[in-house]
Design a protein around this ligand. Structure first.
Ligand code: CR6
Length: 833
């Protein structure tokens, strides 16, 4: 880095301006006159980053020096969102930077807009990981987030003729000022090859000699994992934690061998092959595809992270101290190959006996399950695993053998043994990663109370019978820094005035708002904030998407990945019904509550039905737009490429939050929490964390509808017939017939045939069964919205009572129930003195 920055003296606009220009001139090598907006942004980001580094050094030296325990969060996804504003907030430099830039004739807000968000995740799971590392840093917990530095994150979505088209997300194209690469710290990761007897087997000595259970893995090829550090600043603390993302690079040996054989082209091909590993994020949310490259990605980052963790936790220390020094959290099944990898390290590399190694491994790992859909539980064929990771497959077999033997010993019958086997036999032999995770972990948690209950009762029922104490719940949360403080400055100012500024770190303080829900003055202020947020959104969507939207309408928002279980179709049927009723004269347009229905959703590129639903939403939007009868009354806005950046503008503008999944299918949801905390009322089913939201905000302030999970289950058991709902409800029949008639597809009745026939004949997620209840609930929404004062009161109570959904609380729960890793506040090290 160019010059030493004196971070002891509080930065002033002029010292900050100097740092900014230093970066621009001496690091980027461009002058003020020739700098592009991107150059200016990058210089700004780097100037801000300087102010994180000292806290980061202090954090590292405090944590590494002592004998504290640290959390290693293993996650294949981190959906970070933009970094600049968050870093400014954490360093308290927002106003200094703004003034500094003003003085140079530049605008902080305009430069912030240049940042391309790192979209290294698909949806809720990746965003949860990002919220968790924010909370860990804020709470001074020693923690490292480990993951993959995908060269291409989640695709950019555009619409062509209303259909989704994916474009590569080259987020690194203009440089990435937030990362610090360390090629000199690369870790070698092996793949393929075979296993053999190690030399000197049976000697079982310490110091790395092979123990009695050791095998020697001779990989067929290797790649290097290069760490890239991202600084994760805590809010209101000196602490700056690390997010370490691994990037794949070809090893020299890998290339040389082929190169020496004279085939230059093959050598380069090899390099490309190796580097493919971290090339692209798989765009499936919840439903994995089981591709070989995906398993390579998983093992790649896990192997590098474990090597790193052991070095960090133990240095040259005693392996037996491992569970006291580090606790691994497996974010879903994606990193579960870490369990056999840890066994391999302990048994084959460090010479521990099997039983001892297994004890240490189990005590160090914990597993979070994020799903209820059976198709979302990862399974790897033994064929593929054996080819890619032969030693790991042997280890998994032995883990399974011993586990099944223990089941039989304790009287388990063969049926039970078969059900619980880590290896499934049909339709092909494959490893059930969720079972491996459960057997190899101390604690298994679900992500909302209902979800954890269903894990115990259904998905992992046999295991919870066997080990009831292993199962626990940690309800998800969201960071109030990004999703309230930064996303909703108007509300934040109002909160500061009303309950003080402590809420940003202690969200329970929002309770103090309750008393003000009855105060007309406060309500007016609250309403003004919502109106300003709508205006901000309308302005943004006008420039971003060319949409023309009213501000004086109910903003009804459904943003999340497109998935049948989330039931965007139910929302479409509601809109189509309104349109249909106006069209047929059954409903006077003057009686329609002015409403803007906002959708935001990406579909997995190979998910046909999801893409058809996107096309239908756009088609309905266009048809309604073209109909003067609905002008100013009903409109659909579907901005393309929903991402974290857009969410930060959309959520604060919402009046109504759509959380309408079939009960028993959405593990938790986290968007639901963001909306409630920004003063939207939820219309929702009793699913995931909706249950807890409703318990907390009160039934009067929540629009509940639809079947409960046991009801949906019973209907399925009884033989669900969607056609009977269609036949019995004229409005539903008419809406579906309208879609089938081609009314939204220029008269082409085939355009949405796949959707219509699926609804009528299959409807796996029971959209039709909940249609009537949903429409009734929407009528209750309209009635409530007609009374602005009562609505505002409910919205205020939603904010006041949702403090529980801070990710700080989630982390506290993880600490108390699972991790037991005390906070270690960073001590100033006087590094620059
Ligand atoms: N798709 C769940 O479906 C949950 C998040 C985070 C999900 C969602 O309900 O809120 O995880 N699951 O826990 C998976 O990704 C497997 C998700 O984001």
């Amino acid at each position: 880095m160019g010059r030493v920055t004196d971070t002891h003296a509080a930065p002033t606009p002029s010292s900050f301006a100097e740092e900014f220009l230093d970066e621009l001139h001496f690091e980027l090598g461009v002058s003020r006159e020739t700098a592009s907006p991107t150059d200016l942004y990058v210089a700004l980001a780097r100037a801000v980053r300087r102010h994180l580094v000292e806290g980061w050094f202090d954090t590292l030296s405090t944590q590494l020096g002592g004998d504290s325990k640290f959390v290693a969060y293993l996650s294949a996804e981190y959906l970070l969102g933009r970094q600049l504003e968050n870093a400014l907030l954490a360093t308290g430099l927002t106003e200094v930077a703004r003034d500094a830039l003003d003085g140079l004739g530049l605008s902080l807000d305009e430069l912030s807009e240049q940042e391309v968000e790192p979209g290294l995740g698909n949806g809720g799971l990746g965003r949860l990981a990002a919220c968790f590392i924010d909370s860990l840093a804020t709470m001074d917990v020693p923690a490292v987030g480990y993951g993959i530095r995908y060269e291409y994150g989640i695709f950019r979505q555009t619409f062509v003729d209303g259909r989704q088209v994916e474009q590569a997300d080259d987020w690194l194209a203009l440089g990435s000022p937030w990362e610090i690469p360390h090629p000199e710290m690369a870790v070698t990761v092996g793949f393929g090859g075979h296993t053999e007897e190690p030399a000197g087997t049976g000697e079982g000595t310490a110091d790395g000699a092979p123990g009695p259970d050791a095998r020697q893995w001779v990989p067929g090829w290797t790649v290097e994992a290069v760490p890239y550090n991202y600084l994760v600043p805590g809010y209101g603390t000196r602490n700056v934690n690390t997010l370490r993302l691994w990037s794949a690079r070809a090893t020299k040996a890998f290339n040389l061998e082929i190169f020496n054989s004279g085939d230059y082209e093959a050598a380069v091909r090899g390099q490309t092959y190796a580097e493919n590993i971290s090339k692209v994020l798989y765009p499936e949310d919840s439903t994995p595809q089981g591709k070989e490259l995906r398993l390579q990605q998983q093992y790649f980052f896990v192997a590098a992270s474990l090597a790193d963790t052991i070095a960090r936790a133990l240095g040259d220390g005693d392996l037996h101290a491992l569970p006291d020094r580090v606790v691994f959290q497996l974010n879903d099944t994606h990193p579960v190959i870490a369990i056999p990898e840890m066994m391999r390290l302990l048994v084959d590399v460090h010479g521990l006996g099997w039983d001892e190694a297994w004890d240490l491994t189990r005590r160090s790992f914990n597993y979070t399950c994020h799903t209820l859909l059976p198709e979302a539980l990862e399974i790897w064929s033994v064929d593929l695993l054996g080819r890619l990771l032969p030693r790991h497959l042997e280890i998994i077999y032995r883990i399974n053998e011993e586990f099944l033997a223990s089941l039989r010993d304790s009287g388990g019958n063969e049926l039970q043994v078969r059900r619980m086997s880590i290896i499934q036999e049909q339709p092909e032999r494959a490893v059930r990663m969720a079972y491996l995770a459960t057997v190899g972990s101390t604690k298994v948690n679900g992500v909302a109370a209902l979800h954890s209950q269903l894990l115990r009762d259904a998905v992992l029922h046999d295991f919870s019978d066997l080990w009831p104490e292993k199962f626990t719940n940690v309800t998800n949360g969201i960071t109030p820094r990004r999703f309230v403080r930064l996303a909703n400055p108007g509300l934040s100012a109002l909160l500061d005035e009303t309950v003080g500024t402590g809420w940003v770190k202690d969200l329970d303080q929002l309770r103090g708002l309750e008393a003000h829900a009855e105060d007309p003055e406060f309500r007016r202020g609250f309403r003004d904030v919502k109106a300003a947020n709508k205006q901000r959104l309308v302005d943004l969507l006008a420039t971003r998407d060319g949409l023309h939207l009213p501000t004086d309408a109910l903003y009804d928002v459904m943003v999340k990945r497109l998935h049948e279980y989330k039931r965007q179709m139910l929302k479409v049927l509601h809109v189509v019904t309104l349109y249909d009723q106006v069209r047929s004269g059954a409903l006077d347009p003057a009686d329609v509550t002015p409403r803007v229905v906002v959708f935001g959703a990406k579909a997995a590129p190979g998910y046909r039905m999801a893409k058809d639903i996107i096309a239908l939403v756009n088609a309905v939007a266009a048809t309604i737009d073209a109909d003067p009868a609905l002008a100013g009354r009903l409109q659909i806005a579907f901005p393309a490429n929903y991402n974290v950046t857009l969410a930060e503008k959309l959520i604060p503008a919402a009046d109504l939050s759509e959380q309408i999944s079939l009960a028993g299918k959405e593990a938790s949801g986290t968007g639901n929490m963001k909306f409630a905390l920004n003063g939207a009322l939820t219309i929702g089913t009793l699913d995931g964390a909706n249950v807890e939201i409703r318990d907390l905000v009160g039934d009067d302030n929540f629009f509940l509808f639809g079947m409960t999970e046991p009801e949906a289950e019973a209907l399925g058991q009884a033989g669900y017939d969607p056609g009977s709902f269609y036949e019995q409800d004229p409005a539903l029949k008419s809406a579906i017939d309208l879609i089938a008639s081609g009314a939204f597809s220029h008269g082409d009745p085939t355009a949405f045939e796949s959707i219509v026939s699926d609804l009528l004949w299959k409807d796996r997620f029971m959209v039709l069964a909940d249609y009537r209840a949903y429409l009734d609930a929407q009528s209750r929404v309209e009635a409530a919205y007609a009374d602005p004062d009562a609505w505002t009161r409910s919205a205020i109570l939603n904010v006041a009572r949702s403090g529980f959904f801070s990710s700080d609380r989630s982390i506290r729960d993880y600490l108390d129930r699972i991790w037991h890793a005390p906070a270690v506040p960073a001590r100033s090290n006087g590094l620059r003195d």
